[in-house]
Design a protein around this ligand. Structure first.
Ligand SMILES: Cc1cc2nc3c(=O)[nH]c(=O)nc-3n(C[C@H](O)[C@H](O)[C@H](O)COP(=O)(O)OP(=O)(O)OC[C@H]3O[C@@H](n4cnc5c(N)ncnc54)[C@H](O)[C@@H]3O)c2cc1C
Ligand code: FES
Ligand code: FES
Length: 494
């Protein structure tokens, strides 16, 4: 058992032995180390001003992960090298991304610029494929906000500096860094504090099960992109934290012929290609899930366990027929994902039980899928309504339907009445879709809140279902999914 959190700063190990379990990485940097180049803008993962890069080992690979230090716990940096904006320049020589920002007048206010620099530094080191165009840069920077209208020179700087293979001194020192990270990592369980106040990071499922049994009231943390806000915005004291990020096996993806299994701690970034391979709409959904920094740390398991009625993955995975595997001590069980959500923020999960994995079936040759995320802002926004639909077809006849929504009820939920109305409906008779659209009013009585009115929600729920049915019936629509090439590829795969 190890009693200190360890990470590297400028090549040297930092050891935290008496840190508060909820100390954020940003507070460590700014208040303890006095490295104040990293800024606090929103303190809730939205603006990117606090972006730092964690250089760490993922398997054999050295990766550079941009994260929001404001909501990342210092303990989550364990085993990594923390790189901040102060570290990039080599004496008087700016880093290539810094120089490109200067050359193109992309350095604007002092709040956002350090975050942009660090996001670009991570892009500079992002793994191949390195096809870098404006669209990819825009996606990459969705988690960095600038309110002074200055994106154009920043994007130009990214295009100019991040397109080639990395050749900075970080790349030159990578082997040295790999060895230092290997020495740092270790396989021992981590426990900092006392039984009353601690930050723990077990490394095995057995140790996690035991810790959860001993401290059933402890807060489980995966990426902390939800939990971090309880601390910075809710000002909650979370005295006992169990971080899942070091548990072996929880980050495994088992991509089989008929289904993909995602360990609970698989990050949203890692899950994306596997989800996109199931259906392009899922790839698009993930592209619009928060911003790069949140997707880098946030996890599949956290999005489900969190139980939010407006989380993006639950409706999509319910429509696909996913199951969730839980574990309590050494006892496993699994259940259909839709049965996991019981009431507002109440899940079918006992104290001390944790989500181990989620199994997502792939589409059969006669199945079609669509999903739509409706938000006020295109990028980095939470859904007002999210709808995901899977149909099973016998020729042109609908023989099975799973329609799931977020934002329409206190939990992510299937529209059972609307589903019933679809069975035996022919795709060639669009007039018969009316029954299923009307039935949505039986399934849902949405609320009005700051994101949308109840009436808007019901209208939009109908509109996206109508759109899905129209597209699946074969009539092209304009934007998200055009029947044609993708559909042909999909059919061919079956
Ligand atoms: C700026 C911003 C933008 C966001 N945008 C989106 C968005 O577009 N779409 C969306 O759906 N969400 C969004 N979120 C919410 C959040 O990023 C996701 O819900 C994310 O998937 C949470 O994963 P995590 O690993 O960070 O969870 P954590 O914060 O670590 O945990 C979330 C909850 O799940 C519990 N938990 C975590 N793992 C387990 C486990 N294995 N077993 C049992 N309990 C567990 C925790 O105790 C906690 O209650 C956003 C958040 C922020 C800050
Ligand atoms: S301070 Fe805004 S994302 Fe961290
Ligand atoms: S760079 Fe800070 S508001 Fe634009």
């Amino acid at each position: 058992m190890r009693g200190d959190i360890r990470f590297l700063r400028r090549g040297r190990p930092v050891r935290l032995t008496a840190a508060s379990p909820t100390l954020t990485l940003l507070d460590y940097l700014r208040l303890q180390e006095r490295a104040t180049g990293t800024k606090e803008g929103c303190a809730e993962g939205d603006c990117g001003a606090c972006t730092v890069v964690l250089r760490r080992l993922r398997g054999e690979r050295v990766v550079y992960e941009p994260v929001n230090a404001c909501i990342l716990l210092a303990g989550q940096a364990d085993g990594a090298e923390v790189i901040t904006v102060e570290d990039l320049a080599d004496g008087d020589t700016l880093h290539p991304v810094q120089q490109a920002l200067v050359d193109r007048h992309g350095s604007q206010c002092g709040f956002c610029t350090p975050g942009f620099v660090m996001a670009l530094f991570a892009l500079y080191h992002a793994p191949a494929p390195r096809a870098l165009d404006r669209a990819r840069v825009n996606d990459w920077l969705a988690g960095n906000l600038c309110r002074c209208t200055g994106y154009r020179p920043i994007v130009e700087a990214a295009l100019a500096s991040c397109a080639g293979a990395p050749s900075d001194r970080f790349a030159a020192q990578e082997e040295e860094s790999r060895h230092a990270l290997q020495r740092l990592a270790g396989n021992d369980d981590l426990f900092v504090g006392t039984p009353e106040r601690f930050f723990a990071a077990p490394t095995s499922l057995a140790a996690l099960g035991q810790l959860c049994a001993e401290h059933p009231d402890a807060t489980l943390v995966a990426g902390a992109t939800d939990v971090g806000l309880w601390i910075t915005k809710g000002l909650r004291d979370l005295p006992r934290i169990i971080w899942l990020g070091r548990v072996r096996g929880l980050d495994v993806i088992d991509d089989g012929r008929d289904a993909v299994g995602f360990g609970a701690c698989v990050t949203l970034v890692a899950a994306t290609p596997h989800l996109a391979a199931i259906d392009p709409d899922l790839g698009e959904l993930m592209r619009r899930f928060a911003g790069t920094q949140i997707r880098t740390t946030g996890t599949v398991g956290g999005n489900i366990a969190n139980g939010s009625p407006i989380g993006d993955l639950p409706p999509a995975l319910i429509a696909l027929g996913a199951t969730v595997a839980l574990q309590h001590g050494e006892t496993p069980r699994s259940l259909p994902l839709e049965s996991f959500f019981l009431a507002y923020r109440k899940q079918d999960r006992r104290e001390g039980e944790f989500v181990r994995m989620v199994r997502v079936p792939k589409l059969a040759a006669n199945e079609r899928f669509r999903c739509f995320k409706i938000t006020k802002r295109f990028d980095e926004d939470i859904s007002a309504v999210m709808g995901a639909f899977k149909l099973r077809l016998d020729g042109r006849r609908i023989v099975g339907a799973r329609l799931a929504y977020g934002g329409m009820a206190e939990i992510p939920k299937r529209a059972r009445a609307a589903e019933r109305q679809l069975i035996e409906v022919s795709l060639d008779r669009p007039e018969s879709f009316a029954g299923t659209l009307a039935a949505l009013a039986e399934d849902f009585t949405p609320i009005s809140d700051q994101r949308a009115s109840a009436r808007y929600r019901l209208d939009v729920a109908r509109a996206i279902l109508r759109r899905a049915l129209t597209e699946i019936a074969g009539a092209p629509t304009s934007t998200t999914r055009i029947v044609g090439r993708r559909e042909a590829v999909h059919d061919g795969a079956g």
